[in-house]
Ligand binder design. Structure first.
Ligand code: HEC
Ligand code: HEC
Ligand code: HEC
Ligand code: HEC
Ligand code: HEC
Ligand code: HEC
Length: 419
C-alpha cells in the first residue's frame, strides 16, 4: 500500500460516540505498553499511532488537536522512566512530578502553587511551560498566552506534533549539519551520536521538525531546521552525582524562533531582551568557569559544567564530536553560545516562564537548605514559590543542597557573578 492508499483505508474508519467515551477512559488509564524501541529515529509502526484504538471521534488520521493524547499513551506513566515525559496521574499537592528529562515533566502544567507567607502569591500551572492540548489527560490550552509570545503560533493548536514530526521524516545526512526531508534512509535515532554515512541518514535530534514543517490544522510554517545535538542514553534520572549533559550544537536558539519569531531581533518591540545565540566571549566564559557558587569564584574550566545552566558548543555540527562531550564536565570556550535552553526547559518546569531555576525569588538556598513552605522561617514566599522542600529538591533534579552556597543567589550569576 502506498501512503495515499493507507490514508483512504484509515479514512473509512470512524468511531461512534459511545466508543469514543470508552476510549478516553482507556486513554486516561494509560493502558498502552510500549516496546523497547518504537520510532528508532523516525516514525515507528503505523499502527502504534494509527490503529483504531488510538483514533478519537470522527477524526481518523488527521489527529491534530488530540495527537498529544496519542503520544501520551506511551509517553506518560505513574513512575516515568526513559522516554516518558509526563507523570500521570498528576501527583497530589505536596508531591512532585518525577520525570527528570532535559525537556522537563509536562505534569508541572497541572501543578498550581500558592503561598500566603510572608505575602500571598501563586504560580499557576499554565505558566510552567508549553501547554499541549490533551483533554483526556487534563491538559488544556494556555488562556493568558493565546499566541506564542513574540510570535503568532496559536496556543489552541499546541501539541507534541507542533514541534516533533510524528513521522520523523527530517533527517541529518552529513557531518556539516545538512537536514533534508527525504533522501537516504534513516537507520538510527539522531539523538545519541550515531553519525550519518554516505548512504544512510540518522533522524534529527529528538525528531524535531525543520524548515517547511507545519501540521494539518495550524497554518504556520517553520523557517529553521532543528538543532544538531546529542543526549546521553541515560537521560531521565536524578542528577545527584553527575549532571545529565545534553551537548547542544548549531541552531539551538534559532529553532525556538520558528514560533517566537520576534525574539530574533532584540530591537523589536519585545519585552524579552536577553541575548540568545550570542557568543559568550572570554570574559563571560571565564566567569562561568570560575564560578562555583555565590561568593566562590575558585573553580576551573575542567569541572565547571552544570546542566542547570547549559550552553551551546560553538556551531558544531558533527554528532560524533558532540557525543564525545557528553561525559565532559568542562565549561565553555569563548566561542560557545548562550541559548534559549540555557535558561528555559523545552517542555515544562516547576517555575514561571518554564525556567530551569527559580528566577522570581532572591535565594535558591536559605541557611544551607532549599526553601520550602514547610520549612518554618526559611524563606517562604517567592523563594519557595509555594513548594515544599521535597518538591523544591525534585525541581533541582535531586541535587544535594551542599552543592550551593549557604545563601545561594540566582544562577544568572554563573555568567555574571553579581553575587
Ligand atoms: C508517532 C505517531 C505516528 C506514527 C508512528 C505514524 N503516524 Fe501518521 N500521523 C500521525 C499524526 C499525529 C498525524 C496527523 C498529522 C497532522 O495533523 O499534521 C498523522 C497523519 C498521517 C497522514 C495524513 C497526513 C499526511 O502527513 O499526509 C498519513 C497519510 C499518515 N499519517 C501515514 C502514516 C504511515 C504510513 C505511518 C507508518 C509508516 C504512520 N503514519 C505512522 C502520527 C503517527
Ligand atoms: C506505541 C508507543 C509510542 C507512541 C504512540 C509514541 N511514542 Fe515516542 N517513543 C516511544 C518509545 C518506546 C521511545 C524510545 C525508543 C525510541 O526512540 O524508539 C520513544 C521515543 C520518542 C522520542 C525520542 C526519540 C529520539 O530518537 O530521540 C520522541 C521525540 C518521541 N518519542 C515523540 C513522540 C511523539 C511526538 C509521539 C506522538 C505523535 C509519540 N512519540 C508516540 C513510544 C511511543
Ligand atoms: C514547543 C516544542 C515542543 C513540544 C510542544 C513538545 N516537545 Fe518534546 N522536545 C522538544 C525539544 C526542544 C526537546 C529537546 C530538549 C533538550 O534536549 O533540552 C524535546 C525532547 C523530547 C523528548 C526526549 C526527552 C526529554 O524530555 O528531553 C521526548 C521523549 C519528547 N520530547 C516527547 C514529547 C511529547 C510526547 C510531547 C507532547 C506530550 C512533546 N515532546 C512536546 C520540543 C517540544
Ligand atoms: C538569560 C536567560 C534567558 C534566555 C537566554 C532566554 N530567556 Fe526567555 N525568559 C527568561 C526569564 C527569566 C523569563 C521570565 C520568567 C518568569 O516569568 O518569571 C523569560 C520569559 C520568556 C517568555 C515568556 C514571555 C512572556 O511574555 O510571558 C518566553 C516566550 C521566552 N522567555 C522565550 C525565550 C526564547 C524563545 C529564547 C531564545 C530566543 C529565550 N527565551 C531566551 C530567561 C531567558
Ligand atoms: C510550535 C511552536 C513553538 C515552538 C517551536 C516553541 N514555542 Fe514556546 N510557546 C509557543 C506557544 C504557542 C506558547 C504560548 C502557550 C503556552 O505558553 O502554553 C509558548 C510559550 C513559551 C514560553 C512561555 C511559557 C509561560 O507560560 O510563561 C516560553 C518560555 C517558551 N515558549 C520558550 C520556548 C523555547 C525556549 C523554545 C525552543 C526550545 C520554544 N518556546 C519553541 C510555541 C512554540
Ligand atoms: C550562559 C551565560 C549567561 C547566563 C546564564 C546569563 N547571561 Fe546575561 N548575558 C550573557 C551574555 C553572553 C551577554 C552579552 C550578550 C551580548 O550583548 O552579546 C549577557 C548580557 C546580559 C545583560 C546586559 C544586557 C545588554 O543588552 O547588554 C543583562 C542585564 C543580563 N545579561 C542579565 C541576565 C540575567 C537576569 C540572567 C538570568 C535570568 C542572565 N543574564 C543569565 C550570558 C549569560
Amino acid at each position: 500500500m502506498d501512503r495515499a492508499e493507507i490514508f483512504k483505508h484509515m479514512g473509512k474508519r470512524s468511531l461512534r460516540p459511545a466508543q469514543t467515551v470508552l476510549l478516553s477512559v482507556l486513554v486516561g488509564l494509560g493502558t498502552y505498553q510500549a516496546a523497547e524501541a518504537f520510532h528508532a529515529g523516525w516514525t515507528g509502526d503505523c499502527d502504534g499511532c494509527h490503529a483504531p484504538s488510538s483514533l478519537t471521534g470522527e477524526v481518523t488520521v488527521g489527529l491534530s488537536l488530540t495527537s498529544s493524547e496519542i503520544c501520551l499513551r506511551c509517553h506518560s506513566a505513574a513512575k516515568p522512566v526513559d522516554y516518558q515525559v509526563a507523570t500521570n496521574p498528576i501527583p497530589p499537592p505536596g508531591i512532585p512530578p518525577v520525570s527528570l528529562t532535559p525537556g522537563g515533566d509536562f505534569a508541572y502544567l497541572q501543578k498550581r502553587y500558592y503561598w500566603t507567607d510572608p505575602e500571598e502569591g501563586s504560580s499557576p500551572g499554565e505558566r510552567h511551560g508549553h501547554n499541549i492540548v490533551a483533554p483526556a489527560y487534563g491538559y488544556t490550552a494556555d488562556v493568558s498566552h493565546p499566541f506564542a509570545p513574540g510570535g503568532s503560533y496559536p496556543a489552541a493548536g499546541l501539541s507534541c506534533i507542533s514541534c516533533h514530526d510524528p513521522h520523523g521524516n527530517y533527517r541529518l545526512v552529513d557531518a556539516s549539519g545538512t537536514i533534508v526531508q527525504e533522501g537516504n534512509p534513516i537507520i538510527d535515532s539522531g539523538s545519541y551520536g550515531t553519525p550519518p554515512t554516505a548512504t544512510e541518514a540518522v533522524g534529527t535530534y529528538r525528531m524535531l521538525a525543520g524548515k517547511g514543517y507545519g501540521t494539518k490544522t495550524v497554518g504556520h510554517t517553520f523557517l529553521y531546521d532543528p538543532p544538531i545535538a546529542v543526549a546521553p542514553r541515560n537521560y531521565n534520572r536524578p542528577e545527584i552525582y553527575v549532571d545529565t549533559r545534553v551537548v547542544y550544537g548549531k541552531g539551538t536558539s534559532e529553532w525556538c524562533l520558528n514560533c517566537h519569531e520576534e525574539f530574533a531581533s532584540r530591537t523589536q518591540s519585545s519585552s524579552h531582551i536577553h541575548a540568545a545565540g550570542a557568543e559568550l566571549g572570554s570574559a563571560i566564559a571565564d566567569t562561568y568557569n570560575y564560578y562555583v557558587k555565590s561568593g566562590d569564584l575558585g573553580g576551573n574550566q575542567s569541572t565547571a559544567f552544570t546542566s542547570m545552566v547549559p550552553f551551546q558548543s560553538g556551531d558544531m555540527t558533527g554528532v560524533q564530536q558532540l557525543a564525545d562531550l557528553r561525559t565532559s564536565l568542562g565549561g565553555p570556550r569563548p566561542e560557545d553560545k548562550i541559548t534559549c535552553l540555557t535558561c528555559h526547559r523545552a517542555h515544562a518546569s516547576p517555575w514561571n516562564g518554564m525556567t530551569r531555576w527559580n528566577t522570581d525569588g532572591s535565594f535558591l538556598l536559605v541557611d544551607s537548605d532549599y526553601p520550602g513552605i514547610d520549612a518554618a522561617g526559611k524563606g517562604g514566599g517567592r523563594n519557595a514559590g509555594g513548594k515544599t522542600r521535597a518538591e523544591y529538591k525534585k525541581a533541582m533534579y535531586d541535587r544535594d543542597p551542599s552543592k550551593f552556597a549557604t545563601f545561594q543567589r540566582s544562577l544568572c550569576n554563573k555568567c555574571h557573578a553579581k553575587d
